[in-house]
Design a binder for this molecule. Structure first.
Ligand code: DTR
Length: 341
């Protein structure tokens, strides 16, 4: 009898091992290899979050998935990221939605001047907006996560202390943020972040408008000795995967990636907020950058010049058939919720 039990249990164990080996995607012969394209240089925050996501996925799938990362536009650049991923030139890609304002209308609403206070809150709000409205702009890809920068400030070669200092100043921004510079009277020049390094060096622009971590990551503190604190708008990003590739992934791998979406948004936001603080300290210490605080009266003047932007966006998005007012109301409400107000 004992022998029979032993034989039966041995058969059972062997069968279990066999079934697991054949059916569990985590235990397929070789690892699943995925390429992940990114447009800015490796030390910048979009690439730091990419490396963290890669590590987490590889760890959580016990090595069943291997991600090969391509920073610095080596596989796809800033403006062809979405179409490159749709076409399968990369399996995964990270894009800054502000670089195509007319394409990502719903999610780009987060870069209206609505007072999103920091990167963590903005990233969580952005993800919720995406989930709630499920915009058609992403119908051809699987969205893995989203995140946002910290609010933008002006970095410049000349001091900007009031609205007359900014008048006619050549400053670089992208998407919705470029419109903001225009509203303040600057001569706004649009270009993606990687092109800005040369534009600043050659004097094509006198400064830029974005989140302050670039002072350190792109060494802009070497040329821009002034930063004017406006804390205005964030830039939203998305990480997308080719749909066929996504559909080809085993369910347990998909579960790992879906389980990471919100966590990755929060992780990136926290990293970004801390890194901005670090970049400010570094810029003061190493390059004696002056951080200019606008007086309260001056800030009111600056903010009041931006109010029309949200109304204008609501009008035009509504004409295109989007529930524009609801989207803006939700951004404000989610922001309050995540800010603990
Ligand atoms: N603010 C957007 C996005 C951005 C902010 N920091 C970085 C670093 C690397 C790439 C893009 C960004 C912009 O100004 O382009």
């Amino acid at each position: 009898m004992q022998k029979k039990i032993l034989v039966l249990s041995t058969i059972f164990i062997m069968a279990t091992i066999l079934i697991t080996a054949c059916w569990s995607p985590m235990a397929t012969a070789g690892p699943i290899k995925l390429s992940y394209a990114n447009f800015p240089p490796a030390p910048t925050f979009p690439c730091v979050q990419m490396e963290r996501w890669k590590k987490e996925v590889e760890k959580r799938t016990n090595g069943a998935v291997v991600i090969n990362t391509f920073p610095g536009g080596t596989l796809l650049g800033a403006k062809n990221m979405m179409d490159g991923v749709i076409a399968g030139q990369a399996d995964i890609g990270n894009l800054c939605m502000a670089y195509q304002p007319g394409r990502f209308i719903v999610t780009n609403a987060t870069s209206l001047p609505l007072g999103l206070p920091n990167s963590k809150v903005a990233s969580l709000v952005l993800w919720d907006i995406y989930k709630k409205y499920n915009p058609k702009a992403f119908a051809k890809v699987k969205v893995l996560t989203m995140f946002a920068t910290a609010p933008a400030n002006i970095m410049s070669k000349v001091p900007v202390r009031n609205l007359s200092d900014i008048k006619g100043l050549d400053l670089r921004a992208s998407g919705g943020a470029a419109k903001i510079l225009g509203a303040w009277g600057a001569n706004q020049v649009g270009m993606p972040m990687p092109a800005t390094v040369e534009a600043l060096q050659k004097g094509v622009v006198k400064g830029l408008f974005t989140s302050l971590e670039v002072m350190k990551d792109f060494k802009f503190a070497e040329t821009c000795k002034y930063a004017t604190m406006t804390n205005t708008v964030i830039y939203p990003f998305a990480v997308v995967m080719n749909m066929d590739k996504w559909n080809s992934l085993p369910k347990d791998v998909q579960d790992v990636m879906e389980g990471l979406s919100v966590q990755q948004a929060a992780w990136t936001g926290t990293y970004m907020d801390n890194h901005v603080k670090d970049a400010i300290d570094w810029s003061k210490r190493t390059h004696q950058v002056e951080f200019i605080q606008l007086s309260e009266a001056e800030k009111v003047k600056w903010d009041s010049k931006l109010q029309f932007l949200t109304d204008e966006w609501i009008q035009s998005a509504k004409e295109k058939g989007f529930p524009a007012k609801d989207i803006v109301d939700d951004i404000r409400a989610f922001s309050k919720m995540y800010s603990g107000q």
